[in-house]
Design a protein around this ligand. Sequence first.
Ligand SMILES: [Fe+2]
Ligand SMILES: [Fe+2]
Length: 264
Amino acid sequence: MTPETNGRTQVHAAPPKREALRVAAVGDLHCRAAPNEELRHLFAQAAQKADVLLLCGDLTDYGLPEEAKALTAVLGPAADLPVLAVLGNHDFESGKEAEVAKILSDAGVRILDGDGWEYRGVGFAGAKGFMGGFRARQLQAWGEAATKAWVKEATEEALKLERALARLRAPTKVAMLHYAPIPDTVAGEPLEIMPFLGSSRLEEPINQYGTSFVVHGHAHHGSAEGRTSKGVPVYNVALPLLRRSAPAKPLFRVVTLHPAEVGA
Ligand SMILES: [Fe+2]
Ligand SMILES: [Fe+2]
C-alpha cells in the first residue's frame, strides 16, 4: 500500500476491492439461420447473471456464415460482457470456419484456438480439442497412416491447450474446450460413440497447470460434472444437457470464482 500525501495528512490508498467473478458457460448452441428466441433469452439472462460468458463450441449447426450472423443478432446485452468462445466440430462442417470465426469476432466474441485471455486476474485458455477416447483405451498412433493422422490431430489440440495454459500469468486458470477431457462427463452417451466424444490427451495439461475448472460441450447426452485424475472439476455445459437436467433454470452454468481467486 502506497501512502499518499493529502495536504497535512498521509492518506493510505485502499487496496482495490476484490469481488467475485461469475463465469457463465454453455456450448452446443447449434444456431441455425433463423431468429432464435431461446438464445436471445439465454443471452439476456447471461448479461444479468454473469461477468464473463464462455461459449463451448458448436455455436452454429452447419458452420454457415448466415448461422453465425443469426447468432450475433441475438447476442443483445451479452455483447457488453467479455464473451469467449471455442469452435466445435459443427462449426467446421461447411469448411467456412474462418468466416464463421470472423463474423463472431467482428461482433466482439473472442475466439480462442490455443490462445489465452486474462480478465480481472483470471486466465482463460481455450482450444477445440479432438476425439480419440479415454485413458488406457485411447487410440494410439500405430498402424495405418489414417490412424496416425487422427492421433496427431488429438495431440496437436492438446498441445494448443497446453500452450494457452502455459502462457497465462494469472494464478487462477480456467480451461474451455468443445471436446471432453475426461470420461466422467460423457457418461450417459451410448458406449459405441464414447471415443468420438473427447480425448484424455486434453486432461494432461489441465492437471499440469493447476487449472481451477474446465468447461466443455459436445456430449449432448453426457453427465454434468466430473473430475480429472488430479481432482480438477470438469463441467459439461452442452445446451441440450442443461435443457434436460434443469429446464426451469437459466440455460447456462455459472461458476463463481470467489474474491480470493480473483485478481484486482
Ligand atoms: Fe453439439
Ligand atoms: Fe460437437
